[in-house]
Design a protein around this ligand. Structure first.
Ligand code: 0RA
Length: 652
């Protein structure tokens, strides 16, 4: 695709008003030019993620208006022709003349870089926005755009092409009753973006998150594209509390409702919700001005500190802990927790390489005092909930002690460190981990086939018998008692959990190879759960893969072709010439192939395709794993049925 260069941007039409072409016009053109020349600098990428960024940028502006308390409804639609429209019922972007530019405030916001947030900057202006680059960046990267503002009983409208106004602000009287609000529509520039094919689910996920984080706001999202029409409405009166309920759906919880905290401390608005389940994993989410701070920071630290001190104090006071008992640790009181903390503050400082950790030190104190106070009160008022929570913490503390002993024993015996490799492992001869691959193979017989078919120089095989343990429902010591899992940890050589060390990994690629059926998909999911919970960096470092065995073998005359999807089968069969006969053989399991076939179709690096497992969205992954692996069967069934193909292409 040919990228349009900045030089190609048409200059604004200059007619009679030649003299009105001012310094600020030149500035605007230079600004738009810079955005079009280096879109990546402003929106990260020009792939689909960058395209979505445009939508978020516009919606964020409406969410800001909602956070300021002036808007409670946002409607987003993808139109059949790939236009995107965002409408809100806020005050409407100001249209009065802007002092420095001499243009309307609206035109200034739409055409001047970084002009957005500086308007109407009240004392408590909270601003979200993923990167806050503003509407002008979207405008510069849109073939066409228009904005309609309803204010003061009038409709104000302006249109743009590649960021340049097509005319002045047009004003018309409002028909019917006076309402206020802003509607923005744009058509992204297909000479800049690789694709204009918006992914409904990716956008939806962010809108759901925004709705949780902006209590009471109504977000409607509609896909109007031909053949894929759908819509969804979000409105969560419980705010982050609804979010916690959602994550805990299908689990046994220790309190009927999440513990909810909402307080303004100095300049920080703190909102948090906590609810324990009877599982062992920890699900903590933190947000600052609706931005998901995946690396945590001050607000999360404040929440954790409050939790540990409030629970310990209550446990001492109620004599759950005796004088010579040690305090519960942070890990103890977090076992089985689902917690969300969301802060809104005037000047968030985002730190770290990916700017996903909140830096503001005072926020820690603010969150800590808000949560401590509300939590202490909750415990006093709900003694039976309090008892269940404390008892779980004490159990966790004992289990941790037992697990430490079990681990020490296992480590002392050298059971996990790779010096005593499991008997079932057929190792490779190569010693350089970067050249080595480990296949985890479902079933002993398929394991045998893989051992024969592999290239033994660099491919190792570990057959796994039947189902592995569901680690989502088991504690660590139980996990270590499970032979298949111990064999897996030993073979990898890395240790697990907090002592996981990627530098000790014995194979650069770890490949899950299971049948293309329901059982195979269950085993894949169990293994993914294990890696997600105990060896997360293996996924983050891109070392985990899923092998793709073929589904069919089609023979035409003497030629045969391996087929990996139903779609591919149909395409292939449609190309078979008249007078020829195609013989289609379906392969249900790895066991139906002989060693040569398994090598040729699934293991030969020159020919195979594999899926690399990535965690695009930790929150989504958390939800998927708790749904798939949690206590209740119904939601799990529903998910698997609804995502049958995605399970195969698992990209959590
Ligand atoms: C600054 C001041 C005022 C409204 C807005 C910004 C505003 C911006 C956007 C962007 C999308 N929707 C929006 N809604 C409102 C209002 C100033 C006033 O009326 O006093």
């Amino acid at each position: 695709m040919v990228r349009q260069r900045a030089e190609d941007i048409p200059a604004p039409k200059r007619g009679k008003e030649k003299d009105s072409y001012t310094a600020s016009d030149i500035q605007v053109l230079e600004g738009l030019e810079a955005v079009r020349r280096r879109p990546g600098m402003y929106i990260g990428t020009t792939d689909r993620a960058g395209l979505h960024h445009l939508v978020f940028e516009i919606v964020d502006n409406s969410v800001d208006e909602a956070m300021a308390g002036f808007c409670d409804r946002i409607e987003v639609s993808i139109e059949p022709d790939n236009w995107v429209q965002v409408r809100d019922n806020g005050r409407g972007i100001p249209v009065d003349k802007h002092k420095t530019t001499g243009k309307s405030a609206l035109e200034t916001i739409m055409t001047v870089l970084h002009a957005g947030g500086k308007f109407g900057g009240g004392a408590y202006k909270v601003s979200g926005g993923l990167h806050g680059v503003g509407a002008s960046v979207v405008n510069a990267l849109a073939t066409k755009m228009w904005v309609e503002v309803r204010r003061e009983g009038k409709i104000h409208r302006q249109e743009y092409e590649r960021g340049i106004p097509k005319g002045s602000l047009k004003v018309a009287p409002e028909r019917g009753q006076a309402q206020t609000g802003t509607t923005t529509a744009f058509l992204a520039d297909d000479t800049i973006f690789d694709t204009l094919d918006y992914e409904y689910d990716a956008l939806l996920q962010r809108f759901r998150e925004m709705a949780y984080l902006t209590k009471g706001i109504w977000i409607r999202f509609e896909d109007k594209r031909a053949g894929r029409e759908r819509e969804m409405n979000f409105c969560f009166d419980g705010g982050v509390s609804s979010f916690v309920r959602h994550v805990n759906k299908g689990r046994n919880t220790l309190s009927a409702r999440p513990i909810y905290i909402e307080k303004v401390v100095e300049t920080t608005a703190v909102e948090a919700a906590i609810q324990y389940n009877d599982g062992f994993s920890v699900a903590e989410f933190s947000f600052a001005n609706t931005i998901n701070t995946i690396d945590g920071g001050a607000h999360l630290t404040g929440l954790r500190a409050a939790l540990t001190s409030a629970l310990n104090e209550y446990a001492r006071k109620q004599k759950f802990l005796k004088d010579d008992d040690a305090n519960l640790t942070g890990d103890d009181v977090r076992e089985g927790i689902v917690a969300v903390v969301s802060v809104k503050l005037p000047e968030p400082q985002f730190e770290g390489q990916t700017k996903t950790r909140l830096g503001n030190a005072d926020v820690q104190t603010h969150v800590r005092s808000a949560v401590y106070e509300s939590l202490t009160q909750y415990l006093e008022e709900h003694p039976s909930d309090a008892r269940r929570i404390i008892e779980k913490g004490i159990m966790a503390s004992r289990a941790r002690e037992a697990a430490r002993k079990a681990r020490d024993l296992v480590v002392r015996k050298g059971l996990l460190d790779g010096t005593m490799l499991p008997g079932k492992l057929a190792d490779c001869s190569e010693r350089d981990p970067f050249q080595c691959e480990l296949y985890l193979v479902e079933g002993i017989s398929a394991g045998g086939t893989a051992k024969t078919g592999r290239d033994r120089r660099f491919q190792a095989i570990l057959p796994l018998r039947g189902k592995i343990l569901n680690v989502e429902k088991a504690r660590m010591e139980k996990m270590l008692a499970h032979e298949e899992i111990r064999a897996l940890i030993t073979a990898l050589g890395t240790g697990f959990g907090d002592t996981f060390d990627i530098n000790k990994l014995r194979y650069r690629r770890v490949i899950i190879m299971a049948d293309a059926d329901v059982d195979g998909s269950h085993i894949r999911t169990l293994l993914l759960t294990f890696f997600f919970r105990y060896m997360r960096s293996l996924i983050d470092e891109g070392c985990l893969y899923i092998a793709q065995p073929p589904l069919y073998r089609i023979q035409v005359g003497k030629q045969h072709t391996w087929i990996y999807s139903d779609n591919e089968r149909d395409q292939h069969l449609s190309r078979v010439k008249e007078g020829q006969k195609a013989h289609v053989q379906r392969y249900k399991g790895l066991g139906e192939m002989n060693p040569e076939q398994l090598w040729e179709t699934t293991m030969d690096p020159e020919q195979r395709t594999m899926l690399q497992v990535t965690i695009e969205d930790a929150m989504r992954a958390e939800e998927i794993f708790s749904t798939l692996m949690g206590d209740e069967v119904a939601p799990r069934k529903k998910w698997i049925q609804g995502h049958a193909t995605q399970v195969k292409n698992l990209d959590v």
